[in-house]
Design a protein around this ligand. Sequence first.
Ligand SMILES: Cc1ncc(COP(=O)(O)O)c(C=O)c1O
Length: 284
Amino acid sequence: MSLVAYVNNRFLPLESATVHIEDRGFQFADGVYEVVACIGGCFLDLDLHLDRLQRSCSAIGIALPCSGDKLEALIRETWKRNPYTDAMVYIQITRGAAPRSHLPSESMHPTLIITSRELPKPGDEKLTQGASGITLRDFRWKRCDIKSIALLASVMGKQEAHRQDADEAFWLDEDDHVLEGCSTNIFAVIDGTLVTHPLDHQVLGGITRRMLIRIARDAGIEVAERPWKLAEATLSECMLTSTTNAVLPVCHMDGSPVASGAPGPVATQLRTLMLQAMDELRQS
Ligand SMILES: Cc1ncc(COP(=O)(O)O)c(C=O)c1O
């Protein structure tokens, strides 16, 4: 079965789905996006993803190209027309196509693209040995709270992580606080508390981050949203979160083990609880 993409009012075979060369997404990275996971036909936290998309659009002054209900219907339809039961659905919105000029005209019609691909699952090795990371000084822009399609810094970070045989690059601020990964949020267990950087312009408000915080609190684990460093003496675990990974222990950083170098009890417990919560969602 060939793949189908939704592009500006039409469902097309992926090979022939194109946008205009003067689309501002291509010319200026002038757009935003979302990724939502669908497991067995159930979209996880679709309402939260649509809210974030709406916030990203209004932050850069693009009106959603259709109503929220229509967008939701298009997302479901795109998923249906593709062969993956467990899928990651990408929604990309740009300001639209127009002769190249930094200043956009007011009358532009946004471009809307939706695709559905197989949801990648972390392999057994990642689950038993944990993921590995490197750290890089943050050289991204100062509005990381917007889910922008301008991902060049993340591409460079991932390339560097790959070069060093690691899975993810994590950004550090000027004082060595750990912010987030190229496409993930990151948590540490410090003195028994689950700690993650607070939401501000330096991190994306991950939907999985929010879910992990809720699940941890429900399980009686204390959570603190505060700046933190890898060098903190009582740090015993690290874990990353994202739509495509759920929660995954990070056991090596910059070539050295994080604490014992093996998935810790808190990450293991939280992964089990998160997968259970996802299962319940799927059955509801
Ligand atoms: C920079 C960044 N941080 C965090 C995340 C995780 O967000 P979510 O849990 O909503 O997938 C992503 C996901 O793409 C991301 O790009």
